[in-house]
Write a protein that binds this ligand. Structure first.
Ligand SMILES: Nc1nc2c(ncn2[C@@H]2O[C@H](COP(=O)(O)OP(=O)(O)O)[C@@H](O)[C@H]2O)c(=O)[nH]1
Ligand SMILES: [Mg+2]
Length: 262
């Protein structure tokens, strides 16, 4: 049990961030104290996850029409600048405002930041990728609700403190024209680095396959020994442009702040 007002900052276990591509750092536009606490979260994230891309998210935008603007935009943009955050976006899990956009942005940042060679399992094929993104921030800013809105497309009024993690997997598509040139170049580079590994393996398999077919051709005249390499070349011909990227995001939310416990 924590005594009132004391915050515990040992809540981010290092492995929450393991394999993560992007982090959304979320605060509540209706509660300035959640904004004031971002620095501690930021430091904790940088310490644990290094130079990972971070998007700043001001959630509960819908409450502004009743409460007015409680945190000045300039103050928010100063933080974006000071911490070299990549984007700032305002969302409402209640109305759905910018929720899809937030995940699109995270997906695009993950694509741009994809390493060569990519992390294990990140590239399924040239149009399908898998990323883990983490939603982090103080309690009750809306992390769980943002996830729910994305996945179920419905808003939940009920508040239940997440102890530990909520995880979910979501598949969605980004139209080709929304993918920046920079992201395409990163994909190409990562793909080519993967290509070398695949080619190495496939050459051995091809030699084995050709040998098998040659043996078969001795038994059966209609078998063409070079068929397997033709198939292989066909499979390698992918049509990237004009196709859609399907992103599978493994999304994690993290909240353990017990400062309200007395
Ligand atoms: N008005 C409004 N309420 C929200 C919004 N997002 C979340 N909430 C509410 O804020 C409370 C905390 O949300 P929750 O997702 O559990 O926060 P978490 O602790 O960050 O996971 C819940 O009562 C939600 O219904 C929003 O965009 N607008
Ligand atoms: Mg939660």
């Amino acid at each position: 049990m924590e005594i009132g007002g004391q915050e515990r900052f040992k809540f981010f276990k290092s492995d929450f961030f393991k394999g993560a591509s992007v982090i959304a750092l979320i605060f509540d536009l209706a509660r300035p104290d959640t904004f004031d606490r971002l620095e501690k979260y930021y430091n904790e994230i940088r310490g644990k996850a290094g130079n990972i891309p971070i998007i700043l998210v001001g959630n509960k935008k819908d409450l502004e029409k009743d409460l007015g603007i409680l945190i000045r935009k300039k103050k928010i943009l100063d933080v974006v600048h000071r911490y070299s955050l990549l984007e700032y976006i305002e969302t409402s899990a209640l109305s759905g405002l910018n929720i899809k956009k937030l995940f699109d942005k995270m997906a695009l940042l993950a694509l741009i930041d994809i390493r060569s060679p990519p992390k294990l399992g990140q590239i399924i094929d040239k149009e399908n990728f898998k990323f883990k993104v983490v939603l982090a921030g103080p309690a009750a800013v809306g992390k769980t609700t943002i996830l729910r809105t994305l996945v179920d497309k419905e808003f939940t009024e009920q508040y239940k403190l997440t102890v530990g993690l909520d995880t979910t997997t979501q598949t969605y598509e980004i139209p080709d024209e929304e993918i920046s040139q920079e992201a395409k170049e990163s994909i190409e580079k990562a793909w080519n680095s993967l290509d070398k590994i695949i080619k190495k393996q496939t050459t051995t398999q091809m030699i084995e396959a050709t040998q098998t077919e040659t043996v078969m051709a001795q038994h059966n005249d209609i078998n063409n020994p070079s068929e397997s390499s033709q198939n292989w070349r066909l499979k390698r011909k992918y049509n990237f442009l004009g196709l859609i990227i399907i992103l599978i995001c493994i999304i994690l939310t993290i909240i353990i702040i017990f400062n309200s416990f007395t």
